[in-house]
Design a protein around this ligand. Structure first.
Ligand SMILES: *[C@@H]1O[C@H](CO)[C@@H](O)[C@H](O)[C@H]1NC(C)=O
Length: 336
């Protein structure tokens, strides 16, 4: 397999590359059709005449829609690849990024959302204009957000999605990218926020179900949590790259602190002060002032539904430690 757009060329062939049975392809096609169908159904059935209807789905979302949508906009292919991959490399500490979220979700539900809702805004740049006056901050933030979303969020999600499609079906990366962007673009632009939330709810269900199934199969395969504990630290890669053959064992053996979340501030790869304070600061931006999540909170029926949505998403965010991070670690044992 080659990844020419990374400037990396390897002949590494992933474990699942022989997924090309008719049933697998049928499932994927059905899934794509289902997403498109939900998008089209929303386009045809919901009115989108006003700003509130288009951007906030008429402010009529129930708590389970808000929670599922928050979760689905946060978790994506980048999580399934990034979390699991980092877990395989360095253990459970990366799961702290997930377990930090419930606290910040409470902050957005109880402190930030009421302020935004009271201010009667639809977007974050609009809030800053109301708060500080003038148009320069609003303009700057709008441009900054566009830049950040395109180069930071969307490109990562689309890239990992395309890599996944390539691994599983052998599809061309550029073709997949264009197809994903077109499908998403069509139902987002024409269906408005309601279409996004309805497809998000489907995605959240599929991701929770899929990752929990994966977890069950992974733990069954490896023989349980005790086996994971005792085998992970001894896994050695079956091929140690030529460039590394003189390398010290630290370079290819798992870290001794793999099963610790709070790691040494000097020698840890994810030092605990960063886990406690660093992630919280990033997450404060990410969950509380980020248009993606704020918009979902603003679209709630009333404050009870907004808070309920945040709580639901907080509970769902406890899952990835078990359903994504640990299967990633198990993959290192099963496929050394
Ligand atoms: C919000 O709406 C629900 C019904 O959907 C109602 O039971 C609840 O009391 C409302 N909460 C507030 C704060 O108005």
């Amino acid at each position: 397999m080659t990844f020419p757009w990374y400037g990396i060329t390897t002949n590494w062939s992933p474990v699942g590359s022989d997924v090309n049975s008719a049933v697998d392809i049928l499932v994927m096609v059905l899934y794509l059709l289902l997403v498109l169908g939900i998008g089209l159904w929303t386009i045809l059935s919901r009115s989108r005449g006003t700003v509130e209807e288009f951007f906030l789905a008429g402010r009529n979302l129930a708590w389970w829609q808000i929670g599922a949508s928050l979760f689905a906009s946060n978790i994506g292919t980048s999580h399934f690849m990034g979390l699991a991959g980092t877990a395989a490399t360095s253990g459970i500490a990366v799961g702290a990024f997930e377990w930090n979220a419930p606290f910040l979700l409470c902050v957005v539900g109880w402190i930030f959302s009421p302020i935004y809702i009271k201010a009667g805004v639809v977007t974050m740049p609009e809030y800053l204009r109301k708060r500080f006056g003038g148009c320069r901050i609003q303009f700057l933030l709008a441009v900054l957000y566009l830049f950040l979303y395109i180069f930071n969020s969307i490109s990562v999600e689309i890239c990992t999605g395309a890599i996944f499609m390539r691994m599983v079906l052998g599809l061309d990366v550029y073709l997949t990218t264009i197809a994903l962007l077109t499908i998403t673009g069509i139902y987002t632009i024409t269906g408005g926020f309601a279409a996004v939330v309805y497809t998000d709810t489907l995605h959240a269900g599929i991701m929770v179900l899929g990752s929990v199934l994966l977890m069950v199969f992974a733990f069954k395969e490896v023989g349980g949590y005790q086996e994971l504990l005792s085998n992970y630290l001894n896994t050695k890669p079956s091929i140690i790259h030529e460039g590394n053959w003189t390398a010290k064992p630290e370079c290819y053996l798992p870290r001794l602190d793999s099963f610790h979340i709070f790691r040494d501030p000097i020698t840890g790869d994810l030092p605990w002060p960063g886990i406690v304070f660093g992630i919280s600061i990033i997450s404060l931006y990410y969950w509380c002032t980020n248009q993606i999540f704020v918009q979902r909170c603003l679209a709630g029926k009333n404050m009870s539904h907004v808070k309920g949505g945040c709580v639901l998403c907080g509970y769902l965010k406890l899952l990835p430690m078990f359903s994504i991070v640990m299967p990633g670690m198990i993959s290192r044992i099963l496929y050394p």
